[in-house]
Design a protein around this ligand. Sequence first.
Ligand code: GLU
Length: 509
Amino acid sequence: MALFIHFFQNADSNLRMLLTRHLCYSAVRVRFAPSPTGKLHLGSLRTAFYNFLFARAHEGRFVLRIEDTDQTRLVPGCAEQFERILGDFGLSPDESPVSGGDFGPYTQSKRLQIYEDAASQLLESGHAYPCFCSSKRVEMLRKAAARSGALPGYDNLCRSLDPSEARQRLAHGEPYVIRFKVAKEPVDFQDVVYGPLSQLMEEGDFVIVKSDKFPTYHFANVVDDKAMKISHVIRGMEWIASTPKHVQLYRSFDWKPPTWIHLPLITRDGSKKLSKRDADAFVDFYTKDKGYLRLAVLNFLIRNGSGIRNFEPNRLYELKQMIEQFDDTLIGRRNFMMDHESLEFYGRQAFRYESFETLLPEVLARLEQDIPDVNPALKHPDYIRKVVDFLLNHEEAFSMLSSLTTGEFRFFFAIPTTADGVLAKFDPEVARTLLRELLDSSTWNLDSLKAIAKKHKLAYPKLFNLIRLSIIDSSSGPPMSELFEFFDRSECEKRFSHMIELIAKRTNV
Ligand code: GLU
């Protein structure tokens, strides 16, 4: 020890800082603890991300624990999907239901014995008691409180039950829950982001074990954080209201609570909390629906620089750089704003930054999802590289892959399926004659196209519009010269002939 102190005192300041940091955080273990009740929420991804950054920045362990004790809300397959999504984002946990670890099982429904033992401990020490009140009575109390404008809660009736009566009722198999005796005094605790907090719990003794013998969230969460040696609890600030319950549970067991780090709310405009009804509240919206690259979504989640040292707002960070510059003492209280403009910005940057090897599987997966019957030749890496190069060279605003399969650039992979666009602007006979003439013309350059337009007494931009509509089913989009350059003559001929057929089908001629 003396040797270490000597070494420490003589080390240079950088090394001293590193050693101090290492000693303070020597056993960092953090966890992401979602309930598998549906699609992954953007806020949950942010929580997982910050836990991951924290673990990596402090050389700790990142744990995924599935909190499935509310069996009524369970969605099958959801837990596995969460873990897959984390992996896709590059945030794979070190310990989890799939990868295992020294503190498993990592799914709460497989740990029931642990909670039962912990509850017995609290019953024995007098911190908890069995409650036989029917759900009807509890509901009545809730309604009465609502009528009088009071806080809903339990009136602690069974707390004063004679122990021998309680034992008798238990022996008779009467249904019961286990409640925790809540302290009358306010509970004080320290949060890294929100500072010292003090909260009086007025809703009475809360349930820790339900009548189905499953623990409640609060109880299982605390018991597991302790059992899994979680050093820091990093989660959304909506959990601050539950923290006094957790702090009291820790005290009743005589356990040291973890360090609390609550992250500010995710809002649309700085104040209103994001609603679960909003499509963009879920991760799927960004990845599956819109096709933003995952690096763009991660940058979006740190867009206000919270927790990043020397944050530069107009820069796309790689995950590695985020880890290097992560500093939890810089996590601010300012609510996160869903600013879709910055998402667009990061979407554009990420598309430009990512390698073709990263983009290729993303594009193929989108094709599989949106255009399953795509011509196999168009799935060839060489063709996809040609498309990507086109976008990089000509489309500065390109930001999300969905526009390749369901939006304005779908034409790269699918030919027009209706003649509606053409027929809205052209007489069917005129359109067909012009398209046939194009097929017959041996060259397509400005002069030859102008000559065809002139022959039919048409302003040449109108002919260009017909060409665009026949190739890409839109009057806007890349200039015609770029389209001719991209598609070879045979592909254009194919699309012109196809349009002639579509017109024939629509007009029955
Ligand atoms: N199961 C809780 C959730 O769904 C975990 C909250 C916490 O991190 O303590 O978010």
